[in-house]
Design a protein around this ligand. Structure first.
Ligand code: PLP
Length: 364
């Protein structure tokens, strides 16, 4: 697919222009609405995830904002978990609250409590599994059943798993969202967001997005489309390396706790096995000696980059308590499993011997 760097499109005649604007004919009108490159990316993502339709946005947060904006109105209530991406938490607490949209946070590890928290005005359930950075897992089929029973829209941030490892729509979710910035690109080059769902729900998304303007650039769509061609190969290697890292860290004398979905010690191991193909590329580790232990460990890493990003080909270490989750109180952080000694490791595609050697050196 060539790159279509164009903001607008030329019409054969006045009648074609009229028909396109009236939705009587399919075609491109303006790149805020659609572009051959964004359409290609949408079609590929929808095919991978098994959804009828999709939409792409400039960033993952634009995808989440657009979804909330398209379906929520003043007076509505959102049921979510505190274990959501930092900016999603900010949207719920500081942005949508200004517009009269309320929320309740439930615990990811207590799915049996979710139904009782539904209110008459609950319009949307939003979850992230595995969660960032706690690596908590929630049973998608279980929550989907509750959502269906109460006719609530069920939205899943599927960023950590990618469609290769987990397909929430097939398990009953209405909408699956991705920050394409992460594994879809996988090489730390572009930002992007993807929204997948039924034709009916994507029509709502489109109505909001066409006019609010969070469009993905054709160039980024072109890059991301190409990235999908290597998604399976990359994810296999990310997962294989991450599992080995998790196994290595488990039981190490400098390590208090390791969280990885496919470690038998993970509290939701059985659910992870049921709904994920592999465990993903992120390992969360809690070091002994709190923030001091975490800092020493991070500074001891030679090959890992210290960065707030994740899902790159290169391995990355992040200290959530002082970076991505620094806006939360200590109590809120503990609720989502972030201690002072927590380090999030995004395991890259390097040779496993090099990755383990770097970790071993840093620990010593
Ligand atoms: C990074 C991330 C986002 C936000 O995506 P951007 O592309 O940075 O806007 C949302 N959810 C999760 C789980 C993420 O990791």
């Amino acid at each position: 697919m060539p790159l279509y760097l164009t903001s607008s499109y030329k019409f054969e005649d006045a009648e074609e222009m009229r028909a396109l604007f009236a939705n009587e004919k399919e075609g491109n009108v303006y790149s805020r609405y659609a572009n051959p490159n964004t359409t290609e990316l949408i079609d590929k993502m929808a095919a991978l995830e098994g959804s009828e339709a999709g939409w792409v946005t400039a960033t993952g947060m634009a995808a989440i904002f657009t979804t909330f904006g398209a379906f929520l109105k003043s007076g509505d209530h959102v049921l979510s978990s505190r274990s959501v991406f930092g900016s999603t938490h900010q949207l719920l607490t500081n942005v949508f609250s200004k517009w009269g949209i309320t929320y309740t946070y439930a615990d990811l590890d207590k799915p049996e409590e979710w139904e009782a928290l539904i209110q008459p005005n609950t319009k949307l359930i939003f979850i992230e599994t595995p969660s960032n950075p706690g690596i908590d897992i929630i049973d998608l089929e279980f929550i989907a059943k509750i959502a269906k029973k109460h006719e609530i829209l069920f939205v899943v941030d599927n960023c950590f798993a990618t469609p290769y490892l987990q397909q929430p729509i097939k398990l009953g979710a209405d909408i699956s969202i991705h920050s394409a910035t992460k594994y879809i690109d996988g090489q730390g080059r572009t930002l992007g967001g993807v929204i997948l769902g039924s034709k009916k729900s994507i029509l709502e998304i489109e109505g909001f997005a066409r006019h609010s303007g969070p469009a993905m650039s054709p160039f980024n769509a072109w890059i991301l489309s190409k990235s999908l061609e290597t998604l399976a190969v990359r994810m296999d290697r990310h997962c294989e390396n991450a599992l080995k890292v998790a196994e290595f860290l488990e039981g190490h004398e400098k390590v208090k706790l390791v969280k990885y979905p496919f470690l038998k010690s993970h509290p939701q191991y059985e659910i992870a096995k049921k709904q994920m193909k592999q465990g993903g590329g992120i390992v969360t580790v809690v070091l002994i000696d709190g923030v001091e232990g975490a800092s020493k460990f991070m500074d001891g890493l030679k090959m890992f980059s210290i960065s707030a990003n994740l899902a790159d080909t290169r391995s990355i270490a992040t200290h959530p308590a002082t970076s991505t989750h620094s806006k939360l109180t200590e109590e809120q952080r503990l609720e989502v499993g972030i201690e002072q000694g927590t380090v999030r490791l995004s395991i890259g595609l390097e040779h496993i011997d090099d990755i383990l050697a770097d970790i071993q050196l840093a620990l010593s």
